[in-house]
Design a protein around this ligand. Structure first.
Ligand code: SAH
Ligand code: DHB
Ligand code: MG
Length: 228
């Protein structure tokens, strides 16, 4: 068999997706609303959404932080896996994305456990750290999926908002293999490279990277657990 490429990745994603990700009206409606609202189709795939759900359940997360909401597709996956008193805070720069996300969360019945903070993530993180309710608060799972240039700074914040056992996940760290181009002039690639180097050098973290293929191409997740 010749080396499988995009066509096979897509078929295999559909094969496992059909078996493991039942048709879901709220998630399908969210993707339709995103399209109608002109949002870019850069949400995680269904099987990746289920992976995020799996993580929330596996670690028994009660508090989740997401950096990069888009239309809340990944948000809905994670929020659903929380216990009834669980909370998810998600950060989004674009007011239009946040509005679509809010409607999608309402339709999915998840609006009561999700808070969307609108604005540059770094500002929202500062507010999160300083406001009364957020002071001294830590998260059990932190999903980094906003602008790739910002990843190094988001890692610093993630560590600040962590406790031993917190799991940090970062999307899109492979980018069709572009990550290995050390001379890349793309600031997104340099952001991801710097992020991974910081993770590697951080004694508080134990980390790995899982390369992924599927209907949205070749990419990967960085996965780290906070040790101390
Ligand atoms: N997690 C989503 C996809 C997020 S796409 C999902 O899988 O469904 C990345 C999002 O990050 C976009 O909506 C973009 O507007 C947002 N973003 C970009 N720069 C940002 C910043 N500086 N602060 C907060 N959000 C940002
Ligand atoms: C892009 C961002 C993402 O978070 C993603 O999963 C895919 C693509 C982008 O900015 O191109
Ligand atoms: Mg992403």
């Amino acid at each position: 068999m010749k080396t499988p490429g995009q066509a096979v990745w897509t078929k295999v994603d559909r094969y496992f997706g059909d078996l493991l990700v039942p048709i879901d009206d709220a998630l399908d409606a969210a993707l339709k609303a995103n399209e109608k609202g002109g949002l870019p189709q850069i949400d995680v795939t269904p099987l990746q959404g289920k992976f995020l759900e799996f993580l929330v359940r596996a670690i028994g997360a009660r508090r989740v932080l997401e950096i990069g909401t888009l239309g809340a597709y990944s948000t809905i996956w994670m929020a659903r896996a929380l216990p009834a008193d669980g909370r998810l805070v998600t950060l989004e720069l674009e007011p239009h994305h946040a509005n679509v996300a809010r409607q999608n969360l309402e339709k999915a019945g998840m609006a009561d456990r999700v808070e969307i903070l609108v604005g540059p993530a770094t500002e929202s993180l500062r507010i999160l750290e300083n406001t009364g309710a957020g002071r001294g608060v830590t998260f059990d799972l932190i999903f980094i999926d906003a602008d790739k240039q910002g990843y190094p700074e988001y890692l610093t914040w993630a560590l600040k908002l962590s406790r031993p056992g917190t799991v940090i996940v970062a999307d899109n760290v492979v980018r069709d293999g572009e990550v290995i181009d050390e001379k890349s002039e793309d600031p997104r690639i340099q952001g991801v490279r710097r992020f991974v180097e910081m993770v590697a050098a951080e004694p508080r973290l134990s980390a790995t990277v899982l390369q992924t293929v599927g209907e949205k191409g070749y990419d990967g997740f960085a996965l780290a657990v906070v040790l101390s």
